[in-house]
Design a protein around this ligand. Structure first.
Ligand SMILES: C[S@@+](CC[C@H](N)C(=O)[O-])C[C@H]1O[C@@H](n2cnc3c(N)ncnc32)[C@H](O)[C@@H]1O
Length: 337
């Protein structure tokens, strides 16, 4: 399959994005690939062509664009779903993974059909239904740091006990970046109230220090310890550090913190400043996952500044991504290696 993908060349690529993120996506493409020209566009769906005679191959899709939930080589438009699937089978062969996306309920949704998820290197087809007689076919190759789910939408359903939608965002991030937590992990989350992220992390077996002056939900307080020193080893615990991030000291954090997370409604500068300070206080931090809330999504044009701040902190693997659960926000991820 990967061999056939190598042979494939097309005159157009398309991107799937959150409706409302099209302008930010185009800005990112302009910054990364000034030779790509905007072509056809609909809500959540943007196509590009090359400015010269060059054709696109699967390698052309490796463009760091956070607002693209999926990039595909475009095989063009069809009037029916059957015709759109045929184009993909023609390109990838019988038995190829074909995923479905649709613009529905003002969202670019992945259709969860229970089919196999791709492995790294697999060719994947996507049929995008924009209206009842407008279907687009595209193909891409699955890779690390790409969503395995149709249209980059894992179709998660939030548990009723979750106190906030932040559960959806962290669960999507964990799947996307392939993050695994164990009982050895201690995550510090700044901006932790009411506790959707804390609940997800506790359920994944990690212990959490939640920094927030605001009250936490009962469902996470059920795992609370009174003092940081009371941390036990038999099951995941939660410690509420009821302060603004800037007042947190080394003593509040103790030793052994492995991840820094932020979900504060503060500017990217404040979030990154706290990330650097926390990493200095806890050199054992090996990963950072930060939701950056942007007043204007076009601020994404400053992403190089944010990446360089993370590099200065010693993070080697750095990625930024907008998820299906996001609105005017993106996630910035840094890992030590
Ligand atoms: C979007 S909510 C966080 C949702 C939370 N992560 C969850 O999982 O439910 C933002 C939180 O950031 C907190 N916050 C804002 N500025 C902060 C600061 N400087 N330090 C700590 N928390 C802060 C607010 O009190 C608020 O509870």
């Amino acid at each position: 399959m990967a061999f056939m993908m190598k042979q494939l060349e097309t005159g157009f690529v398309f991107a799937l994005t959150n409706p409302g993120s099209e302008k930010a996506l185009k800005l990112e493409v302009e910054m990364a690939r000034p030779d790509w020209r905007l072509s056809y566009q609909r809500r959540g769906f943007v196509t590009f062509k090359s400015s010269g005679d060059e054709l696109f191959s699967v390698e052309s899709l490796n463009v760091p664009v956070a607002c693209a939930r999926r990039f595909c080589l475009s095989l063009g438009k069809s009037a029916t779903r059957e015709e759109a699937v045929e184009k993909i089978v023609g390109a990838l062969g019988e038995g190829a993974i074909v995923q479905q996306a649709r613009f529905f309920d003002r969202k670019m949704q992945g259709v969860q059909d229970g089919g196999d998820l791709p492995q790294v290197g697999d060719g994947v087809g996507t049929v995008v239904e924009l209206s009842e007689n407008e279907f687009w076919s595209g193909v891409h190759r699955h890779d690390r740091f790409l969503s395995a789910y149709p249209a980059g939408d894992p179709g998660l359903v939030m548990p009723v006990e979750s106190p906030s939608r932040a559960w959806l965002k962290v669960e999507e991030a964990v799947r996307f970046f392939g993050i695994e937590f164990s009982a050895k992990d201690i995550v510090v989350e700044v901006g932790a109230s009411p506790g959707g992220v804390v609940l997800a992390l506790l359920n994944r077996g990690a212990s959490v220090i939640g920094v927030d002056p605001a009250k936490m939900a009962e469902v996470v307080m059920a795992s609370a310890i009174e003092n940081r020193e009371d941390a036990r080893r038999d099951r995941p615990w939660f410690y509420h550090c009821r302060k603004p991030a800037a007042l947190v000291s080394k003593r509040d954090l103790g030793t052994g913190v492995t991840w820094f997370m932020s979900d504060m409604n503060q500017s990217p500068e404040v979030v990154l400043k706290e990330c650097a300070r926390f990493r200095k206080m806890c050199p054992s931090i090996r990963g950072a996952l930060m939701t950056l809330k942007l007043t204007d999504l076009l601020d994404i044009g400053r992403k190089e500044e944010w990446f360089s701040a993370l590099r200065e902190m010693g993070f080697g693997t750095i990625r930024m991504q907008q998820f299906s659960a996001h609105h005017k926000e993106v996630v910035l991820m840094g890992k030590v290696c």
